[in-house]
Design a protein around this ligand. Structure first.
Ligand SMILES: [Zn+2]
Length: 90
């Protein structure tokens, strides 16, 4: 997913891109918010951007080998973690 596909979240997109440009990406980020606010899309777009071989100033290219793997959710550096119990979701 590319940043341009994420609806809204402009300040967060700009912050994430700035972190990448300045080589200040923390080892972990937690994106929180109500359901449907684009957290997952933003996380995917940021991961794709970080690994893109031809990124621009504002987005990943969407066509390099890395981007295509992210698009198919098969990039070896892409991992998903989900809550495992009811009490973790409250
Ligand atoms: Zn790319």
């Amino acid at each position: 997913m590319q940043f341009k596909e994420v609806v809204g979240q402009r300040p967060t997109k700009e912050l994430l891109i700035q972190l990448a440009k300045e080589h200040r990406v923390p080892h972990a980020l937690m994106l929180i918010g109500p359901p449907g606010n684009g957290k997952l899309g933003l996380a995917l777009a940021f991961a794709q951007y970080l690994n893109c071989k031809n990124k621009t100033e504002i987005d990943s290219c969407g066509v390099c080998s890395s981007c295509l793997k992210y698009k198919k959710l098969i990039h070896p550096d892409l991992h998903f973690t989900f809550p495992a119990g009811d009490d973790l979701c409250r």
